[in-house]
Ligand binder design. Structure first.
Ligand SMILES: [Ca+2]
Length: 91
């Protein structure tokens, strides 16, 4: 497997690790998203302990407004953050 393929596989397994905790196994509830952000992104998203920040990230990610974050919606977040990192490393 190439590094990019490994990264994709990791994204999928990380997502399921949290999405399978409660309710629908294929989507993240707000609680699951909060845990994922705290454990996996930690210092990148500094204010994930802040309830208002989690609410607003959740709202932004849930583009189809069904009150849960599916894998496609989660990938949007990863894309944004990866782009931010890329900008940072270019400097
Ligand atoms: Ca959704």
């Amino acid at each position: 497997m190439s590094d990019v393929q490994k990264a994709m596989a990791l994204l999928i397994t990380s997502f399921s690790k949290y999405s399978s905790k409660e309710g629908d196994k294929n989507t993240l509830s707000k609680e699951e998203l909060k845990e994922l952000l705290q454990n996996e992104f930690g210092d990148m998203l500094c204010k994930t302990n802040d309830k208002a920040a989690v609410d607003s990230i959740f709202k932004d990610l849930d583009t189809n407004k069904n009150n849960s974050v599916d894998f496609g919606e989660f990938v949007n977040l990863v894309c944004c953050l990866t782009q931010m990192c890329h900008e940072y490393f270019k400097k």
